[in-house]
Design a binder for this molecule. Structure first.
Ligand SMILES: [Fe+2]
Length: 269
């Protein structure tokens, strides 16, 4: 499996505090069936920012240590970016990491207690530049907990959804678990990742998903779809799930065309 959301890098955020913990997390991940990870330390504009060369260096050091310890796991750079209105500008200036540094997907975190309407502007502006927004753990947002249609609005705007395996296991409480289950059952998700922070309660656990998610879906959310991120390619069109009874397909198709057109134009230059 491929874990696209982790805080395994040592001493850079509220995730792993040191190399020893990171190595224990890597061992757990491998035992759980994870062979590739994207390290996504927190980025909060003007508040908590890391230099990209520092992240690259830390990823390299961690990969070296993982290899020396005989663990079959490879870590790639990325960031989890807290939602602020300036994200598209920060992307343009090269201040933030796309996932696996392939230039196509940004992992964006909503606040827990609110749902800023400018999120739609951020998604749209990134889309126009050929960058897809992946919303990190929508099931942890209180507004989405109360009204799942808000997640539908984000999908309609062109965002993709990543839920946490640990939410499905109930680690973040009943509300997050219920919302994660609902999002999954309604076909509104694209990725499942661990969002691991520790080698304890928030360790990189995935294997129990086999008891919860059917194998075909699990493969899609933890292998097939993440592989598009690594390849720097678009997810197939059917990944955006329109809600029943609403004609969202055409909107999504238009957005997809826009995204594709912009990218092709960019690729040609
Ligand atoms: Fe995270």
């Amino acid at each position: 499996m491929i874990d696209i959301h982790t805080h395994i890098l040592p001493g850079i955020d509220d995730g792993s505090p040191d190399l020893d913990t990171s190595l224990r997390m890597a061992r757990i991940a491998y035992e759980e069936g994870i062979t590739q990870m994207i390290a996504t330390p927190h980025f909060i504009s003007m508040e908590k920012e890391d230099r990209k060369d520092v992240i690259i260096e830390r990823v390299k050091e961690l990969n070296d240590a993982i290899m020396q310890n005989g663990i079959n796991l490879k870590v790639y750079p990325g960031e989890e970016i807290f939602l602020t209105p300036d994200i598209p500008d920060r992307y343009v200036h090269g201040d933030v990491f796309t996932l696996a540094d392939t230039g196509r997907y940004l992992l964006i975190e909503l606040p827990i207690m609110s749902f800023p309407e400018y999120v739609f502007d951020v998604i749209y502006r990134l889309n126009v530049m050929g960058v897809r927004t992946i919303i990190a753990h929508p099931e942890r947002n209180k507004i989405i907990n109360q009204n799942i249609d808000r997640a539908g609005d984000l999908i309609e705007a062109g965002a993709l959804m990543q839920i946490n395996s640990l939410s499905l296991f109930g680690v973040f409480g009943r509300e997050s678990k219920n919302t994660a289950q609902k999002l999954y059952k309604k076909g509104m998700i694209n990725f499942i990742a661990t969002d691991c922070h520790t080698a304890g309660g928030r360790s990189p656990r995935m294997a129990r998903l086999y008891d919860i998610i059917n194998k075909k879906d699990l493969f899609k959310y933890t292998e097939t779809n993440p592989s598009y991120i690594f390849a720097g390619e678009n997810l197939p069109l059917e990944e955006k799930a329109p809600e029943e009874g609403k004609n969202k397909t055409s909107i999504i198709k238009n957005l997809f065309s826009l995204f594709k057109g912009e990218r092709e134009a960019k690729d040609e230059t």
